[in-house]
Design a protein around this ligand. Structure first.
Ligand SMILES: O=C(O)CCC(=O)C(=O)O
Length: 346
């Protein structure tokens, strides 16, 4: 087994400092949760006079250097109560609400899944050949960014086209229930993981949003398993139920004895609530694990870490892709950004 590659910049190597940082973060967090729990409006003399909203804690502060491996993750299949792949819409909804994720089984047919693998391998090889590849962990992890701009079947996949995935309409319906009708694509990329990559810090996909979080997800990640996910091949680490943490529960405690490695066959699509703690799976065997991640956002949230380039949208972009890219905006404003107002007289 090769050395693990901790590619998160946040993963520190001094355990004592990391423990202190965690304690400070956890105390800060508990303090802000106490403030948030104060019943009724604060008395006038208890109202702060300086704006400190931007200093509210981020969940990453509690999770510095916390990786899934230290909690001895078990395969999700060893806990019968946890979600298993299914296309039953009611079960998927119940799983998502209870566990913070659900697994759409056979979301892509065998042929579609093969086309996804072929496309991701071709894009990755092209970027390597052009010297443009994002390769980390000594070559064990390659990420291909901005799938809409790449065109082809992976663009269609993140655009939820039924031609790219047989259960795309089911996913679209679930995402609409989770995020509302105007959800859009916040970011998307494909990744190829080999032995030697992993040990990513546990995190939430809305970790950039200060705590406490609202009682619903702001984003939802669709993880397309293009190859089998399990404890050996590099299944995603998940802390089931962590999306329902109370504001005063320190996040690392939720992971104690409660980290699983997702088990799902190729062709499955995992929908992950953006509050659910998780981390990149670690591959322990030879070969490669392929995934596409499409992070969808509530309509009012904007893309982060990525913005559509002029080449991203073209004449062949479908209406759904345009909506997912936020091209048409959240409110029905005409071009130029001014709201149409028939009563204004101008
Ligand atoms: O691919 C995975 O298993 C999840 C990766 C992930 O959480 C991330 O890259 O932020």
């Amino acid at each position: 087994m090769g050395a693990r590659c901790a590619y998160n910049a946040q993963v520190a190597d001094d355990p004592e400092k990391a423990a202190l940082r965690r304690e400070v973060a956890s105390l800060r967090h508990q303090l802000s949760a106490c403030k948030a729990h104060t019943a009724g409006l604060p008395r006038d003399d208890a109202i702060a006079t300086r704006i400190d909203y931007a200093q509210y804690p981020l969940s990453d502060e509690q999770l510095v250097s916390i990786t899934a491996r230290q909690y001895d993750p078990k395969p999700s299949s060893s806990r019968p109560e946890l979600p298993v792949p299914t296309s039953n819409a009611a079960q998927l909804e119940a799983d998502f609400v209870r566990w913070g994720y659900c697994v759409v089984g056979d979301a892509a047919s065998a042929e579609q899944s093969q086309a996804h693998r072929d496309a991701l391998r071709a894009l990755a090889a092209g970027e390597r050949a052009r010297g443009e590849a994002d390769v980390r962990c000594g070559g064990a992890l390659q990420t291909v960014y901005d799938l809409p701009a790449q065109g082809g079947v992976l663009c269609d996949l993140v655009a939820l086209a039924p031609s790219a995935a047989q259960h795309a309409p089911l996913l679209d319906a679930l995402l609409t229930k989770i995020l509302g009708p105007h959800f859009h694509l916040a970011t998307s990329h494909g990744a190829i993981l080999r032995r030697g990559a992993g040990a990513q810090q546990l995190h939430q996909d809305q970790s950039m949003v200060p705590l406490p979080h609202p009682p619903y997800p702001l984003f939802c990640n669709a993880l397309w398993c293009h190859t089998d996910f399990d404890a050996l091949t590099g299944g995603t680490y998940v802390v089931p139920g962590s999306h329902r943490a109370n504001a005063d529960q320190p996040l690392p405690l939720l992971a104690e004895d409660n980290v699983v490695v997702l088990t799902a066959p190729a062709g499955s699509c995992v929908l992950l609530d953006s509050r659910t703690l998780h981390a990149l799976g670690e591959r322990l065997v030879s070969g490669a694990r392929l995934v596409t991640r499409a992070l969808y956002a509530k309509g009012i949230m904007r893309a982060f870490g990525w913005a559509p380039s002029p080449d991203t949208v073209n004449d062949s972009s479908t209406p759904t892709l345009r909506r997912l890219l936020g091209v048409d905006g959240y409110f029905p404003y005409p071009a130029g950004g001014r709201k149409k107002n028939n009563d204004s007289g101008d």
